[in-house]
Design a protein around this ligand. Structure first.
Ligand code: B16
Ligand code: MG
Length: 222
C-alpha cells in the first residue's frame, strides 16, 4: 500500500512554539493571568481563537468581543515579528534529511497545520516547494483534535487516511491522527504524546530504516 506523509508545522518542522509562548505569555501577563510552559503545552496545535479562549478561562476573565479581537491581533503581530527573523537555520535538526528522503522516493507530502501563518513560515525557511499540498488554519473549520486538517490533506493527496503517516508534536494532533486511523508519530516528549503509534524526541532519531518501518506499519483498527 502506498503511503503518504503529513507534517505538522509548529514544533515539528520549525520551533515556533517558543515564539507562540513568548507572545501568549506577554498577553496573559497583561491580563494578570499566570502563564508558564505548562499552559503553553496545552495550546500546542490549538487554534488562535481557542487558545485565547482557554487563557481567559484559566484566568476566569471575560472581555468584550472588541477587546478579544484586539488581543488576538496584538498577539499575532508580536508572533509575526519573531517569525520575520526566521531563516532556513530555524528548520529543526534532522528534518531536511527526512524530507529529502521521502521526496526523493516520490512519496506524496502534505502540510497539516492549525496555523494561519503556515505559508508565511514555510516561505521564510524556504520549504514551500517541498509540499504538494498545504492545509492550514485558513482552510479548516474544525480545530485539532478534530481530524479535518489531516483528512483534507489525504483528500488532496488522493490517499486514504489509513495510508497517511502523520508527524505531530501536540496531544491534540496525535488524537486527531488516531481518530482518523492514520499512523501517528509523536515528535517530542513521550510522556505527553503517549497515545502516538511511534515516539521520537526529534527527527535526528528517525533514520531511513525507521521511515521504512513507518511505511510498513499496519495500524490495528478499533
Ligand atoms: P496561528 P501547528 C499551531 O500550529 C500551533 O501549534 C498553535 O500553538 C497555534 O496556536 C496554532 O497553530 C495557530 O497558529 O496563530 O499562527 O494561526 O502546530 O498545528 O502547525
Ligand atoms: Mg505543532
Amino acid at each position: 500500500m502506498t503511503k503518504a506523509f503529513i507534517f505538522d508545522l509548529d514544533g515539528v518542522i520549525v520551533d515556533t512554539a517558543k515564539f507562540h509562548f513568548l507572545a501568549w505569555k506577554n498577553l496573559a501577563e497583561s491580563l494578570e493571568i499566570p502563564f508558564s510552559e505548562e499552559e503553553n503545552e496545552q495550546l500546542k496545535g490549538v487554534s488562535r481563537i481557542r487558545s485565547l479562549q482557554k487563557i481567559l478561562e484559566w484566568g476566569n476573565k471575560t472581555i468584550s468581543e472588541e477587546e478579544f479581537k484586539r488581543l488576538m491581533a496584538e498577539k499575532n503581530e508580536e508572533y509575526l515579528a519573531y517569525v520575520d527573523q526566521m531563516t532556513e537555520k530555524d528548520i529543526l535538526p534532522g528534518v531536511m534529511e527526512i524530507l529529502n528522503y521521502v521526496k526523493s522516493n516520490n512519496y506524496p507530502i502534505a502540510l497539516g497545520s492549525a496555523s494561519k501563518n503556515a505559508r508565511t513560515i514555510l516561505s521564510k525557511v524556504g520549504l514551500e516547494d517541498y509540499f504538494e499540498e498545504i492545509v492550514d488554519g485558513n482552510e479548516v473549520s474544525k480545530a485539532k483534535p478534530n481530524p479535518e486538517v489531516f483528512l483534507k490533506g489525504c483528500r488532496l493527496l488522493k490517499v486514504e487516511p489509513e495510508q497517511a503517516i502523520v508527524f505531530e508534536d501536540s496531544k491534540a494532533g496525535i488524537e486527531a491522527a488516531n481518530s482518523a486511523q492514520m499512523t501517528s508519530v509523536g515528535i517530542g516528549d513521550k510522556s505527553v504524546l503517549n497515545a502516538a503509534d511511534f515516539n521520537f524526541l526529534d527527527f535526528t532519531e528517525i533514520s531511513k530504516i525507521t521511515i521504512e518501518t513507518l511505511i510498513n506499519f499496519k495500524k490495528q483498527t478499533n
